[in-house]
Design a protein around this ligand. Structure first.
Ligand code: FES
Length: 186
């Protein structure tokens, strides 16, 4: 008899995963177990686990990392992608060490997001969606990051940079080059 849907088993259908699966050190597994233990339904831990796997897999969810997540959470690969592609903090392709994510939504747009993106492009020599050849910087435009009152703004790693100007962009990029900026791998 096939499994039945219950609140604790929201995905009764099979969840086959690819053979190549990421392997992590015992301390990383312990960190993952710690998050899984907080939730009665495993899939509820999808975001904290994604951040850990992304951190451990070089800053993005590579296919073995996605397979690992599907296996640990008991969900389909598709379920992982559905979440991963919704959040701009989850990278589904390789990104540079510093990922500059400039908000392009209304408040930021009105207050000069276009010029901020242009300044980033000029300083880094890349267009939005690009990564510098040395792998140091990626540049993206993202939707509202919930900091509209301090527009224009951008995010690097877990940190917000607000009330941006072209001069501030220059300073931030220099600080990244000097290793003075967090990149979300902590
Ligand atoms: S519009 Fe940019 S943070 Fe909301």
């Amino acid at each position: 008899m096939s499994e039945q849907f219950t609140p604790n088993n929201p995905l009764p259908q099979g969840a086959p995963v690819p053979e190549e699966m990421a392997v992590f050190a015992p301390e990383v597994e312990a960190e993952i177990d710690h998050h899984l233990a907080k939730y009665p339904v495993k899939r509820s831990a999808i975001l904290p686990l994604m951040f850990i796997v992304q951190r451990e897999r070089g800053g993005w969810l590579d296919p073995p990392g996605v397979a690992y997540l599907a296996d640990r959470l008991g969900v389909r690969i598709t379920d992982i992608w559905e979440v991963a592609t919704f959040y701009s903090m989850i990278n589904t392709e390789p990104v540079g060490k510093y990922h500059l994510q400039v908000c392009r939504t209304l408040s930021c747009k009105i207050l000069g997001a276009g010029k901020i993106t242009e300044q980033c492009s000029r300083r880094l020599g890349i267009e939005p969606g690009g990564t510098t050849p040395d792998g140091m910087f990626s540049l993206s435009e993202v939707e509202c990051l919930g900091s509209c009152g301090t527009a224009p703004m951008m995010q690097i790693g877990f940190d917000y940079y607000e009330n941006l100007t072209a001069e501030k962009i220059d300073e931030i990029i220099e600080k990244c080059k000097g290793g003075q900026v967090g990149n979300g791998v902590r």
